[in-house]
Write a protein that binds this ligand. Sequence first.
Ligand code: MN
Length: 197
Amino acid sequence: MGTGDYAAKRDFERTPEPEGGKRRKGGKRPIFVVQEHDASQLHYDFRLEIDGVLKSWAVPKGPSTDPREKRLATPTEDHPLDYAEFEGVIPEGEYGAGTVLVWDTGAYENISEKDGEPIEAAEALKKGHLSVRLFGKKLEGGYTLVRMGDAADADWLLIKMRDDEADARRNPVSTEPESVLSGRTIEEIAQAAEDDG
Ligand code: MN
């Protein structure tokens, strides 16, 4: 794992995105982040800290709190840890051009199992079946990521687990659109970047 693909796709003279390099002290719980990304196609990037990088999936419809909803999650390149705090506008002509908003973030706990025994997140990822408990502001409780097939580039599904935090009536993607970092909407972030020139 590494963020070489991430760096290769970007010109850091032009994009305000972080170059990376942040290290985290041991003992801290790993983090997750969900970033709304208003690119050529609007999607939500779901990222989990695993082994020093943010493993990433693009989720077109965003995460659901309804266990009956299976959300398509397409794997994308590993991102550096600093990306979890990135909010702003990636300029036209750059990779992923468009506005990014930190839609939710917090700690998470790996609760993956194999044959009833706990396994490391990295191992669960390799096996294509990863379960996590999120401690976000909007998303809480268990979520499972399941890979559809064995191909390295296979799509995954992101599914809410059936637990106390499951709620078929909530729809936070549409009812709670603001950034958990700045309180801004995606339009306000885009406008602020325009005002800055
Ligand atoms: Mn994206």
